[in-house]
Design a protein around this ligand. Sequence first.
Ligand SMILES: *Cc1c(COP(=O)(O)O)cnc(C)c1O
Length: 287
Amino acid sequence: MLAFDIHSPEEEIHFPLYQEKEVRVFVKRDDMIHPYISGNKWRKLKYPLEEARLTNKTILVTFGGAWSNHLLATACAGAKFRFQTVGFVRGEEVQNPVLALCKLFGMQLYFIGRESYKNKPSVFEKHFGHRDDAYFIDEGGYGEKGALGVKDLLEEIQGIYNHCFCACGTGTTLAGLALGNSAMQLHGIPVLKGGEFIYEELRKLHADPLQVILHLDYHFGGYAKSNIELQNFIQAFCQQTGIMIEPTYTGKLYYALHDLISKDYFAKGSKILTIHTGGLTGLLGYL
Ligand SMILES: *Cc1c(COP(=O)(O)O)cnc(C)c1O
């Protein structure tokens, strides 16, 4: 439908600890789908964009924080597939490299207070309710259509794995994996504090929470928080693997995996698939 169907590569990651503990770790390189419509953000946008096109919508209206990978993905996808884009940004007006890129792709940005931001459908209704050409996309691409786009990822998987890991923000990506998976044990690494809420989100998105294990202690103090230990790990990982990760999502994911492997969480010979969900522009906030 939308001419953009990229199968990301799947490759093994070589890291001394993995060899020492006799486990094998692989990565589905969704970060390579596109530099700005990256990773899970493309997967989550795919069906909403199709629906927008089919119902003759011309404006995509969405929501995010000031460093949102989803805002940037929507801005770029809008430009690529010729939709106008509007982004409501949480909080006071700021400037940063991610928002600059959103504007470069033609997104109109509006900053809204944290209180009104909480009720996104009402913000949409207030500003776009009178227009039948506007299409609502939830923060982070959250929702059932988003999960279905992620589910398609499983059909691309070539290898056979015992475990599959992803980082969780809204839980949509993990829900999508749970919707399509039967063979692998699924694991989620919430990047927010209090990540138990993901179990509830899975239920809302019709995924079975009993299928997944959440590892709740790798948030490093909360969303976008990090410390020197995480930063040192990211440095070592990038240097030894040639695969780039960042502190908000994938850094926490691979740190968690590393920690679990070092604690002999996995049986010898286990094959573990990780989903690199992209979002590398997040690094612009840390440099
Ligand atoms: C948005 C994002 C996530 C979170 O995905 P959810 O589907 O909201 O759980 C994970 N990784 C990266 C790199 C992201 O940009």
